[in-house]
Structures are given as structure tokens and as C-alpha cells.
Design a protein around this ligand. Structure first.
Ligand code: FES
Length: 611
């Protein structure tokens, strides 16, 4: 097929692609980030682009939903449904773009003592270089542990040792390994990176390993995002060896991008980085390591609880020779290393008090317990709490409505946006606030259905909708509405979360009043108005508990294990200790879920609201 030039505006990017290429594939290859929640199945309609010049061809075989007649008349197409046939130009509208999202960098974990897995020791005695250098050992001043492995390359570096030398010793694996030697004079700091490999975003921090100080933080979008928003979609993509390799590379490249930006900002070379720790959910963990994730679709899939430690080079990351990557272990198919990070960050594993950790990201993880026992569940929270699942939902980025409030006197609804600019959509915290306000003003009933008699509710193309922002005040030239479908989706998700917590409490024979500490992880914990979340019944009321946002638990876990070898042992112990209840095959869950389909939910979980 003949090649065609495709221009993308407003970024003015030009791509040359073979005729017949699917537009979304072309954009993926070029790293042009576009919303594609369903991963190209044609069902989310988020990948809209506007054809401004030339022609393209809708591929009728692909199937999926259609755009409205009005949108088609304006030149809108779905990038996953059209093929390039000739030179053409597209505009990516503001609602389809993925701009740098607001991210949560806080790593809250407290470390008593810095004892990293990579340390330096002065070289005490040089081996005499003989014909079999690998048979000899290098003695290190002050080191008393197991005899380290010394690669031949290190012996080469020692051939002219006429001045004091330092050896870099990695204790990340057994046996320990001397990964390099260098002159003591002028030796710079040893750096490590802690990485949270999120489904949407990759966040990293650069750490001075000797002091434990964070010297820089950075982030990038997970390039896997164009392979679908949901974990299941990505598992599907990775079901062939080629797909798995493609999506693995996308993760590694995203991590590498973060490391590059961290190194650049700190003015160091990547080869100054000697160690790395990474946490992510079980699917991210599998995809990053190139492990086939298909079995994770099965209920009660048996997931290894042992941490994986690999050479960075074997994963495609070019750090210092011999640098390793420690991946936090998981518990089950959907309670991964990120949840272990939450537990580390909360310190619940050291406390007598009953604590609850709630981490609601793309997937929800909930852990109940104390220092003696812990039980976990996971539930689908999908993108509902991150905004991406709603018709006008956007990520938490500039122009997203992040809070909605109600004037108690007039019942007037007002809102704020990130960056204070006119709104382009509504993000997770905004939707939760807005729907809570709809309940208070009577626009929504207790079963989660819109009230057609309310002044802001009107019939829309797909049923009733609530007008939050009229077109004149929005940045997209259209009304920003919340549809009944959006609310149904939110209700479904909230019932899954609340029902999951209900099941956990029942299994442990505990009541909401027994819980003394509640730790809310991630963006949900940091940005969501807790009053709105309990009003809707996303999480139960815990009248005797203190509530703490714990920031990015996954990053905290990676940081903790980077600066402390003992925390690696603790992480493994926690992973082994946590029991897991698979709700997909739990008979109680359905009952709890049904009871939670009302606002706020069942009486036992909301003792304050019911009085
Ligand atoms: Fe195109 Fe979802 S409709 S990616």
C-alpha cells in the first residue's frame, strides 16, 4: 500500500504511515497520547478526533458504538475505527487529549534506619591477579557477610590499583555481588530509584542511598494507556507472546523515561544509579517482568508472594552495571505490590488497633487487620473514581472540575477547577461531590435515579441528564452534564467498594465501630471530600476511627524497600501473612453489593446517618 502523511493538530506532528493503517495504531506507535479507555474496542467513544483535511475510511468490520449524527456532521471520527487511506489532517480535541495529569508524589513512609541493599566498602586486600581471577576474593574493610561474587569485569577494573579503592557491593540477591570498584578519591554519591508503576502513571523518585534523601521526583504517563484503560483489556492484549512483548516494552520505556528525566534534572548519569525498587499492581508487575498475565483472570489464581529481584539490564534498563530491580511481592491476582506498599506506609502491620487500608485506583484494594492478622479483598473500582468513566469525565488535570459545593441557603451549586481555568470536564473527586450535592438538592433519589422534575435535570440523548455547567461557561463549547448512565456506573462501583468492606467486616466478625484507624491511599484519599464519599456510601462511616490520607502507598513501598533492606524482609512477611478473599466466588458479596446499591447503604455500615 502507498504511504500517507497524517498531520495531527494542535501539536503539528507529522507521521508517515502505510495506507490502511488504523489511526489509533499509528498514534500509539508515535507515542501520541489519546484517551482510549476501552483499548480500541469501539465502545468508550473517548478516542474522538476531528478530520480537517483529506479523507479516511471507517472500518465497518471493527464494530462498536457510533458517534451521534451531529458529531459525524462536524467531522468527528473514532481513532480506533478509521484507517488512513490518503494524506490527511486531524485535530485531537481537548477532551481526547491526555495532558500531564496531576499526580501524587508524596511518599509518606517513615524509615528508622537507612540500610540500603547497595553499599560501598573500602577494598582491604587486592587479589593477586593470576590466571584464574574468578577464584579469588576481594576483602572489604568492615564487611562480615557472605563471600561476595566478583564478576571478571570487576577484576579487570582492579588491575592497576595504586590508590585506595572502594567496592560497590550489592546485597540485593544471594550471593552478594561486587558490582564495581572505583578510586575512593572523587567517588560520587550512590543513587537509587523508587518507582510506582501505575496503570495510568509512572512516578519515580531519585534517592541518595547513603542518606535516604529524596533528591528528585518525576513522572510520565504509562505508555500502556493506549492499549486500554482497564487491566482486563491489557491482559487481553498480552495474551499472545508478541502482544506481551509489545506491552512489556511500553512499560519499560515509560519507566526509562522517568529515570531519564530524574537523572537529567539531578545532573547525573543513569549509570550513577546502582539500585531500583518498583511496586505496582499484580498485572503491572507481570507485564513489566514479561510474565504472561492470563491466569490472573481466574478466581483464586495462585500468585507468588516472593519478591522478584532481577538485573536491570535483563529488563532493558541501562543503569550501573550489575544494578538490580527489586519488585515488591503481591498477595493475589488483584492485591499486588502496590497494596503491600500501602500496608508499609500505614504501619498497620505494627499496631494492635484494628486498621483499614482503602486504595481505590483503577482497581480497589482493601485490607483490614492489625499486627497479628490481615485480610484483603479487591474489587473493580474501574475508572469511576478517576473521572475517566463518565461522559464528561476527565483525569485530574488542568481544567478538570475537582470540587463541587452547595450553598446551603440557596442550593446553588458552585465548582472549582484544577488550575482555575474554565472547565473541560469533571474528574473523580468532582463527580463524587457533584453526585452528593445532587442527593442533597433532590436531583437524585436514594436508589440513584435522577428526578425528572428537578430544574437541572433534562432528557438527553441517552436518558435523563443533570446539567452541571452550561456551554457558555465551559471550555469545550458544550454543556457539561452528568448522565443517568454515569450515575449508574458510579453506583455500581460504589456498591462494589462498600459491599467489599461489608464482607471483610463480616468475615472478621467486626463492626464499623471496632475500626480505629482508616488509611486512604492514592488520589482518592488525597483529593476526595470524605463527607461526600460517605454521604454517597462509597465507604462506610467509621465513627470511632481516625482517618489518614497516606498518599502514594505504592511509591512509599518502593522507597522504603530501596533505602532499607529490612523493609524488603518486612514486605515479604506482610505478603505471606495477608489472607485473601476472592469476592468473585464469595456468596456473601452479592448480598452486600445489593444492599449497597442504595444511598448511603445498609444501616449497620452507616450508624451516624441512620442515627
Ligand atoms: Fe476508540 Fe474506545 S472507542 S478507544
Amino acid at each position: 500500500e502507498r504511504e500517507a502523511r497524517v498531520i495531527f493538530q494542535p501539536m503539528n506532528r507529522v507521521l508517515t504511515v502505510p495506507g490502511g493503517t488504523l489511526l489509533l495504531d499509528a498514534m500509539r506507535t508515535a507515542g501520541l497520547a489519546i484517551e482510549s479507555v476501552c483499548g480500541g474496542k469501539g465502545t468508550c467513544r473517548k478516542c474522538r478526533v476531528i478530520l480537517t483535511r483529506g479523507k479516511c475510511k471507517v472500518d465497518a468490520r471493527i464494530g462498536g458504538k457510533r458517534l451521534t449524527a451531529a458529531e459525524e456532521a462536524k467531522g468527528y471520527y473514532m481513532a480506533c475505527q478509521v484507517r488512513v487511506v490518503e494524506d490527511c489532517e486531524f485535530t485531537i480535541p481537548v477532551e481526547s487529549r491526555i495532558d500531564s495529569p496531576q499526580i501524587l508524589l508524596s511518599a509518606t513512609v517513615k524509615i528508622d534506619r537507612v540500610n540500603p541493599a547497595v553499599v560501598r566498602y573500602p577494598v582491604e586486600t587486592m587479589p593477586s591477579i593470576g590466571p584464574l581471577p574468578g577464584m579469588q576474593s576481594i576483602r572489604l574493610t568492615g564487611y562480615t557477610g557472605a563471600r561476595p561474587h566478583v564478576p571478571d569485569t570487576v577484576y579487570q577494573q582492579l588491575r592497576a590499583p595504586d590508590e585506595p579503592m572502594l567496592a560497590t557491593l550489592s546485597l540485593a540477591r544471594i550471593p552478594p555481588e561486587i558490582t564495581g570498584v572505583e578510586a575512593a578519591r572523587g567517588a560520587g554519591p550512590l543513587y537509587g530509584v523508587a518507582v510506582d508503576l501505575g496503570t495510568t502513571t509512572v512516578v519515580g523518585c531519585l534517592v541518595d542511598l547513603q542518606s535516604g534523601q529524596i533528591v528528585g521526583t518525576g513522572s510520565a504517563l504509562n505508555r500502556q494507556i493506549t492499549y486500554g484503560e482497564e487491566l482486563m483489556t491489557r491482559i487481553g492484549y498480552a495474551s499472545t507472546p508478541a502482544g506481551l512483548e509489545e506491552i512489556r516494552k511500553a512499560a519499560v520505556e515509560s519507566v526509562d523515561q522517568v529515570i531519564n528525566s530524574l537523572a537529567e534534572a539531578a545532573g547525573i548519569r543513569k549509570t550513577d544509579i546502582v539500585d531500583m525498587c518498583l511496586a505496582g499492581n499484580t498485572v503491572m508487575h507481570h507485564l513489566f517482568l514479561g510474565m504472561a498475565p492470563r491466569y490472573l483472570e481466574l478466581a483464586n489464581a495462585d500468585v507468588s508472594r516472593v519478591p522478584v529481584v532481577k538485573k536491570a539490564a535483563s529488563l532493558g534498563l541501562s543503569l550501573r552495571d550489575g544494578a538490580t530491580v527489586f519488585c515488591l511481592p503481591g498477595v493475589s491476582r488483584f492485591v499486588g505490590g502496590d497494596a503491600i506498599g500501602d500496608v508499609l506506609a500505614s504501619n498497620m502491620y505494627c499496631s494492635d488497633e484494628i486498621s483499614l487500608v482503602v486504595d481505590l485506583g483503577t482497581n480497589g484494594e482493601i485490607i483490614l487487620g492489625n499486627k497479628d492478622w490481615m485480610v484483603s479483598v479487591s474489587c473493580a473500582s474501574g475508572p469511576a473514581f478517576e473521572g475517566a468513566g463518565a461522559t464528561y469525565g476527565v483525569r485530574a488535570m488542568k481544567g478538570a472540575i475537582d470540587h463541587v459545593s452547595l450553598d446551603p441557603a440557596t442550593s446553588d451549586v458552585s465548582f472549582t477547577t484544577i488550575g482555575g481555568v474554565p472547565p473541560r470536564g469533571i474528574c473523580g473527586s468532582g463527580i463524587i461531590d457533584a453526585v452528593a450535592a445532587m442527593v442533597t438538592t433532590g436531583a437524585l433519589d436514594f436508589a440513584g435515579k435522577l428526578n425528572s422534575g428537578h430544574s437541572r435535570v433534562r432528557p438527553g440523548e441517552e436518558g435523563l441528564e443533570y446539567v452541571l455547567v452550561p456551554a457558555g461557561r465551559s471550555a469545550i463549547g458544550r454543556d457539561i452534564v452528568i448522565t443517568q448512565q454515569d450515575i449508574d456506573y458510579l453506583m455500581d462501583t460504589k456498591a462494589a467498594v462498600c459491599g467489599a468492606i461489608g464482607v471483610l467486616l463480616n468475615k472478621c466478625k467486626l463492626k464499623v465501630t471496632d475500626v480505629r484507624q482508616v488509611y486512604l491511599a492514592g488520589a482518592f484519599g488525597a483529593y476526595t471530600n470524605l463527607a461526600s464519599a460517605t454521604k454517597l456510601g462509597i465507604i462506610p462511616e467509621f465513627p470511632r476511627a481516625e482517618v489518614h490520607p497516606i498518599g502514594n502507598g505504592s511509591l512509599s513501598g518502593a522507597y522504603a524497600t530501596l533505602v532499607s533492606r529490612s523493609q524488603r524482609v518486612v514486605a515479604e512477611e506482610i505478603a505471606r501473612k495477608i489472607a485473601y478473599v476472592d469476592l468473585m466466588v464469595d456468596s456473601e458479596f452479592f448480598e452486600e453489593y445489593l444492599a449497597a446499591l442504595y444511598i448511603p447503604g445498609k444501616r449497620e455500615l452507616f450508624p451516624v446517618s441512620y442515627g
